[in-house]
Design a protein around this ligand. Structure first.
Ligand code: MRU
Length: 330
């Protein structure tokens, strides 16, 4: 099967190449990133997006800062300011800090962060596949494009399909940025998994008809009690699944848990430009002068979760105990 990668590093040319996810699926265009400043801008503009992929990109942003002789403090600051919600960004930059001033060390650490994405996602996919069956619904994009590895929620779906457990995927289009329509549909098509695109507001109707056996989503930041931020619309799906008695899973590497937060209340939610709601690929949808609001993520309370799928296995309630145990903290 053809492997999808959101980025590649050309060490000789000192360039980190990003597959421009704003242009997919209509065009496959690679964008060169030469400095940490350019990387911060690419993350902010969502040339690259998805929590683990943002983490890997930020780590290589620091490698570029070393290669280009940028001010490391400034590079780190710019990258930290690029997007606020996915904790993987901060996790990766924290790991890079001890290697500041050491090019070989910083490159090795960035490579390790990327390699660990692949390793953890292989495990997440295998664990997650065990609990999925029949028709599965997913939201946003959690596949290779969002991570640089196999994917989290989507990795589990593809693996469950490979094992003959999952027959069909409902793909939420994921307004307003359309990660589902543009990216998840693209990845599932390439993986040969039968999928049907739906507008976000159709999920409840399908659940009421008994056509959804499980919902699985990714995570941008999880608190120690299991509350988590993910793409706007996830909370709505969680409540709907709960109402209909449908299992609802979150899949994530443990690096997406923020051990400084007891609950989801403290998770910073990114607010993006209203233009992304008012326009679609540059085409105006609403009358001029109309206001729009664009929170890019929402918080789902842990009580709606059936299980949390991690590289260490599937965690069940009470989640605070299970997460502390998995993280090795008291
Ligand atoms: O705004 P995005 O596209 O970066 O948001 C991505 C998501 O919300 C994903 O579900 C999340 O990062 C998990 S990716 C494995």
């Amino acid at each position: 099967m053809e492997r999808i990668l959101p980025f590649r590093f050309d060490e000789k040319e000192r360039v980190f190449w990003l597959l421009d996810q704003r242009k997919l699926p209509l065009e496959e265009i690679w964008v060169p990133v030469r400095t940490a400043k350019e990387m911060a801008e690419a993350i902010r503009a969502m040339v690259v997006r998805g929590a683990p992929a943002i983490g890997v990109s930020a780590a290589y942003g620091m490698v570029l800062a070393h290669l280009r002789g940028e001010d490391l403090e400034g590079a780190d600051r710019l990258l930290r300011q690029s997007r606020p919600t996915a904790v993987n960004l901060f996790y990766a930059l924290d790991r890079m800090r001890p290697h500041w001033g050491n090019l070989a060390g910083s490159l090795k650490e960035a490579q390790a962060i990327w390699r660990e994405v692949e390793e953890t996602e292989r495990a997440i996919s295998l664990h997650g596949a065990k609990v999925l069956r029949g028709q599965v619904l997913t939201h946003c994009n959690t596949g290779p494009l969002a991570t640089g590895g196999y994917g989290t929620a989507l990795g589990a779906i593809v693996e469950a399909h490979r094992q003959g457990r999952v027959s069909h995927v409902w793909v939420d289009e994921t307004r307003p940025y359309l990660q589902g329509a543009r990216l998840t549909a693209y990845e599932l098509k390439k993986a040969g998994v039968p999928a049907t695109l739906i507008a976000d507001n159709m999920a409840g109707f399908l659940m009421a008809q008994g056509r959804v056996d499980a919902v699985i989503v990714g995570v941008d930041r999880m608190a120690l009690n299991g509350d988590f931020a993910n793409k706007i619309g996830t909370y709505t799906l969680a409540v709907l699944a709960h109402h209909h008695g449908i299992p609802f899973y979150a899949a994530l590497p443990l690096s997406s848990v923020d051990p400084s937060l007891e609950s989801g209340q403290g998770i910073p939610i990114e607010e993006r430009s209203p233009e992304e709601v008012l326009e679609l690929r540059g085409v105006r949808l609403a009358p001029l002068g109309v206001a729009a609001y664009h929170p890019a993520f929402d918080i789902t309370l842990h009580r709606y979760l059936t299980g949390i799928i991690t590289e260490k296995g599937i965690l069940y309630p009470p989640f605070d105990e299970a997460l502390r145990d998995a993280l090795g903290i008291s």
